[in-house]
Design a protein around this ligand. Sequence first.
Ligand code: ZN
Length: 224
Amino acid sequence: MGSKSKDTGSGADRRRVGRRAVLIGGAAAAVGTVAVAGDELGRLWWRLPGMEKKRVEGELDHKPAEWTAASRANWRRADRPDDYTIDRVVIHVVQGSYASALKVFKDPAHGAAAHYVVRKDGHVAQMIRELDVAFHAGNRDMNERSVGIEHEGFVDRPQDFTAAMYAGSARLAADICARHGIPVDRRHIIGHVEVEGTDHTDPGPHWDWDRYLKLVREASKARA
Ligand SMILES: [Zn+2]
């Protein structure tokens, strides 16, 4: 399950201002050279102070997903991957139903939400854009660098992790990894339990990592 963000941890060196300053320096240097391709300028304009990428309400990062917005209180506006590099996918289990996850992520008092929720039939809801920082890992640095995927069910009920859910989640994870250049391995696709400082145990001992990684690799190949 997602957990509230703490301002502790090792996030200071990844802070937005430092990264942005580096990018602006790079942009200024590029503009100073004789030839700058048009598409390069197109990518650079919004890196200037006060600029943000245009966004459309309800736009999906994972095309097969259904958009249903999380409460604005449960995520932070960002411009990933240009202010923070995305290099992790964090796997969660809801400890409840798909409907209960959508309900609490829409509740501003909950203080946490993930980008995606996967149902037992493999259906995927996107609740937060990947360019934004979702409060799901309980660790600021990890929130800033990751995309969070929740799965319907309970950690002590292996029967909740259906073939359809593994398959739908694997297609989603393969899509995220391909779009952000994230390696498909256990260093980059991790459980909430593996996040530094967490007291959460999800996805728990019944989550079949070998099966899941195999499915993500197969889905990655199918995309290529
Ligand atoms: Zn979790």
